[in-house]
Design a protein around this ligand. Structure first.
Ligand code: GAP
Length: 511
């Protein structure tokens, strides 16, 4: 099945099984804003816990904070967001549709890449094990031609972005004969910059009202609290501050479900280091973050690092962790070496010293910062797209969410075989025993087979069935979601069997 089809089904599945709903759906929805349902919120909370604990439990020099969404508006001037947090946009005059000019060019680059990959795939099938990809890339004329087109465009595009050259960006779109997907025409406006911050007013009277922004990143809340945390926590450099919270961006192009939203959540960590050591820490955090992703077991081949075409105004190194979504490799997390840009700017704009006295060097300096920044919602999409499977079985088929047990919203379903003979009471007894440690669900409706399918679709890793034998010897069957195997175990052992499989410790030990 085409990946696009699978993605559509995944989105429908998320709605049908209480994971993600369109915001304001009964009013026809609000574009690029989503609500999380009863299972979605549990998965999201588990993802956040996985991140939070990996930061603040595993690193004794990383602490957390929770700063407010509203901040003094000068912060956004200092950080550069008022002047430079822009996307280049372009309109098609016939369809009146608006696009990000850089995304149109990136899609064009992806087309060349796709053509190359198709040729390689075909040749691989034809030549089997004898296939030498390197040689094929160098000698196949179609691949060589497309690679050249890709490289030329890539070079021209990177230069236009780095020079902030909007005319050149438009010229690239014209030269590449890129058409509007809706009207099919090349009738484009000029490229303009569009600031992504939402603003509102704070204060009760119109004269006294102050323009404030909804934060477009949580990071600034960390920067402006750097000194508070360093002093109150007597933190010594190097140390980190972690935060999870909402961020808002007026995205021009909202697409791919929860991949690009206007209201979303970030998990960010700023690591404050001695100047000159930042690139070593950048490498260290790059490695740690990749381990964190891969510990979930979705396959190392589904991740890659992507170097930035254009460094943000504050960075001296930057890389994205990309995951292979059904719509291709896309960014999930950014790791940036932000130099001393933010703290220095806050010194300048606030007039307050934001320095660290380094007792080893016997000098004060503005610390440099390495940032790790990941979107909760993108991580959610990563997890759910990796977990979604349609399986053909001997007699029927099933849709199963193979979520890592540690992240699954419901850990176990307890099912009495029949609704009589004391089996429901026994099932409730088991839940009462286990509910303090695990999210349990009682399920007595429909046949056992249907109940298994329902739990598979939710992603419940364990189903425990109570039958007549249970009332005599206190044993139950436990059925494992992925293998569908069943075994008979003592009720007294459930805690250990399940506890061992859903423990975050197992994941942390891999990091
Ligand atoms: N503080 C740095 C920063 O905000 P970013 O690359 O703009 O960097 C970091 O964002 C992460 O936040 C991204 O890798 C992505 O996971 C998430 N993110 C950014 N914009 C988003 C959006 N509109 N919708 C969902 N997630 C988003």
């Amino acid at each position: 099945m085409a990946q696009e089809e699978i993605f559509k089904k995944l989105v429908a599945h998320c709605k049908e099984y209480g994971y993600v709903f369109q915001s304001s759906e009964i009013y026809d929805g609000l574009s690029a804003v989503y609500d999380y349902g009863q299972y979605g919120v549990e998965l999201k909370n588990n993802i956040k816990k996985y991140w939070w604990d990996s930061m603040v439990l595993l690193h004794e020099n990383v602490v957390g904070i929770d700063s407010a969404i509203f901040m003094h508006p000068t912060i956004w001037k200092a950080s550069g967001h008022v002047d430079a947090f822009n996307d280049p946009l372009i309109d098609n005059k016939d369809s009146k549709k608006r696009y990000r000019a850089d995304v149109l060019v990136e899609d064009q680059l992806a087309k060349f890449e796709e053509k190359i990959n198709k040729e390689i795939e075909k040749a691989h099938k034809r030549f089997g094990d004898a296939f030498d990809e390197q040689q094929f890339r160098e000698t196949n004329q179609r691949v060589v031609d497309n690679q050249k087109k890709y490289d030329d465009l890539h070079e021209r595009f990177s230069k236009a972005l780095n020079d902030n050259n909007l005319e050149e960006l438009k010229q690239i779109i014209i030269d590449q004969e890129i058409v509007c997907p809706v009207s099919g025409t090349r009738n484009w406006t000029d490229v303009r910059q569009f600031n992504l911050m939402f603003s509102t007013e704070m204060g009760s009277t119109s004269e006294g009202a102050m323009k404030v922004y909804l934060r477009p990143e949580t990071a600034q809340g960390i920067f402006v609290n750097y000194l508070n945390v360093q002093k109150s926590g007597r933190m010594k450099i190097p140390f980190g501050i972690a935060q999870i919270g909402k961020a808002f961006r007026n995205e021009i192009v909202a697409r791919q479900f929860i991949f690009r939203m206007r209201e979303f959540e970030q998990m960010e960590m700023q690591f404050f280091v001695r100047p000159g050591t930042e690139l070593d820490w950048f490498e260290k955090w790059k490695e740690l973050r990749m381990q964190w992703h891969q510990a979930l077991g979705f396959g190392a081949e589904n991740y890659r690092f992507h170097e930035h075409e254009k460094l943000a105004h504050y960075a001296n190194a930057a890389v994205d962790v990309e995951f292979k979504f059904p719509f291709g490799f896309k960014e999930v997390e950014g790791i940036h070496s932000r130099t001393d840009f933010d703290l220095s700017q806050h010194e300048k704009y606030s007039g307050k010293k934001v320095r660290y006295f380094d007792p080893e060097l016997n000098e004060s300096y503005v610390p440099f910062v390495v940032e790790t920044s990941i979107g909760v919602d993108r991580m959610f999409l990563q997890v759910i797209s990796a977990a979604y499977h349609e399986e053909q079985l001997e007699k029927d088929s099933r849709v199963v969410l193979k979520l890592p047990p540690v992240l699954a919203p419901v850990k176990l379903a307890v099912m009495p075989l029949v609704k009589k003979d004391g089996l429901p009471e026994k099932a409730r007894e088991i839940i009462d025993r286990l509910k303090f440690g695990f999210n349990c669900q009682y399920d007595e409706k429909d046949s056992i087979g249907k109940r298994y399918r329902r739990q598979d679709a939710i992603g419940t890793p364990f189903c425990v069935t109570v039958d007549h034998q249970t009332t005599t010897d206190n044993t139950v069957t436990i059925r494992y979601r992925d293998s569908m195997e069943q075994e008979r175990v003592n009720i007294a052992d459930l805690d250990t069997i399940i506890g061992e499989k859903v423990s975050m410790r197992r994941l942390f030990e891999k990091q």
